[in-house]
Design a protein around this ligand. Structure first.
Ligand SMILES: Cc1ncc(COP(=O)(O)O)c(C=O)c1O
Length: 395
């Protein structure tokens, strides 16, 4: 394990995987269970109920034992036939990848893009959909983890519905950390996650599918040319294999589901609204603190994510941009994220998700950042005081 001479391990302030919720840590020590059978079925079903409560849906939810990307690909491959049109709302690395998934699976992909750090105006989506009446689906990311931007999913959903397009949402870095109303907003396919805002381990991915999406799947002219990412295969196992407690076409990780369940219970115990407002409060105080230190945060305050903050590095530091993360890790035992693709070495990204959205984790991070910059020749103001002033007694 990555420890220093006190045996202290590295603290994860990256935007996922995050520090584990203590309830999850306890479950990790439990004995193995089979991933099917009469003892397992109620556990899995309870996990689905909790996942549905976080999605706020009464429609179908299941778990995929995959990375998030495979679950996203399942939505696209299953709902869009080769040659059909989609609009991908793009403003960063992960939304660009969602557009890539669509193109690579044969969809005619219209990219509706905004500059990095900015949001695509829902009116622009309306315009594109008015011009392209045959769009089958709109694809968007709720929280663009690469730039710390929260996209206006309820507004996009409204526009997609008005144009009768399916709406596929990547909520991987926002699930359990930011408001989600799968039924209320009218989303058709949504991918959540376990090891970001939920504070669980990787290995199981909750997916919500609307009735409208199943209907669209049934009406396909051709069948998806895949097995694992084919919703029809999942439908078969959900319908036919549920009686033996195995409603999935593969082996799933019982520990990942047990941990998900513990993390979801902890979230519902805290209360969805309480968890979301804690993220909002801590992130706003963190951004203020970073700016008071003399640094800039990437998106405008209005578009800033409550769960990950992108901090711009001074351009004079770009050639040594990687050193910020290195010093944070080696000297302070705190791991932070760097910039992806065009933003490589130009920004750093700090996650404040689940347990790390608290002063206990943010205060050392701010202090370590200040010291790190000092070591690189930049004298910053102290951000801790600003953070504490803005957090009050709540964080
Ligand atoms: C918004 C978003 N989408 C997709 C992914 C990819 O997920 P995975 O690595 O599990 O495939 C990530 C991972 O950080 C993400 O933040």
């Amino acid at each position: 394990m990555n420890t220093n001479f006190f045996g202290e391990r590295t603290v994860l302030m990256i935007p996922g995987p995050t520090e584990l919720h203590p309830a999850v840590q306890r479950v990790l020590n439990s004995p193995i269970m089979a991933h099917y059978g009469p003892e397992w079925a109620p556990v899995y079903n309870e996990a689905l109920k909790l996942a549905a409560a976080i999605f706020k849906t009464k429609q179908e939810v299941f778990m995929m034992p995959t990375p998030g990307t495979v679950a996203l690909e399942t939505g696209v491959v299953s709902l869009v036939e080769p040659g059909e049109k989609v609009v991908a709302v793009v403003n960063g690395f992960f939304s660009e990848r969602l557009a890539d998934i669509a193109s690579l699976t044969g969809a005619e992909t219209i990219k509706l893009a905004a500059e990095l750090g900015k949001v695509v105006d829902p009116n622009e989506l309306d315009k594109v959909l008015s011009k392209n009446k045959d769009v089958k689906a709109v694809l968007a990311v709720q929280n663009e983890t690469s730039t710390g931007v929260l996209n206006p999913i309820p507004e996009y959903a409204k526009v997609a519905r008005q144009h009768d397009a399916l709406f596929v949402v990547d909520a991987i870095s926002s699930y359990g950390g930011v408001e989600m109303e799968f039924d209320g907003w009218g989303i058709d396919f949504c991918v959540g996650y376990a090891n970001k805002c939920l504070g669980s381990i990787p290995g199981t991915v909750p997916v919500a599918v609307s009735e409208k999406a199943w209907e669209a799947f049934r009406k396909r002219r051709t069948q998806p040319r895949s097995f694992f990412t084919n919703l029809g295969v999942w439908r078969h196992y959900i319908d036919e294999w549920a009686p033996i407690g195995h409603p999935y076409p593969t082996t799933i990780s019982p520990h990942a589901v047990l941990c998900f369940k513990a993390a979801a219970e902890a979230l519902l115990q805290e209360g969805l609204e309480n968890r979301y407002s804690r993220h909002r409060l801590v992130s706003a105080a963190f951004r203020k603190a970073v700016r008071s230190m003399g640094l800039e945060t990437l998106p405008e305050e209005r578009d800033a994510s409550p769960v990950v903050t992108a901090v711009a590095l001074p351009s004079s530091l770009w050639k040594d941009g990687g050193k910020v993360g290195q010093i944070m890790l080696q000297k302070h035992r705190i791991m932070i994220g760097g910039g992806l693709a065009q933003l490589h070495n130009k920004i750093i990204r700090i996650g404040h998700m689940c347990v790390t959205a608290s002063s206990r984790y943010i205060v050392p991070t701010l202090a370590a950042l200040r010291d790190t910059f000092q070591q690189l020749g930049y004298t910053l103001n102290d951000g801790v005081e600003t953070f504490m002033k803005n957090i009050g007694d709540s964080g």
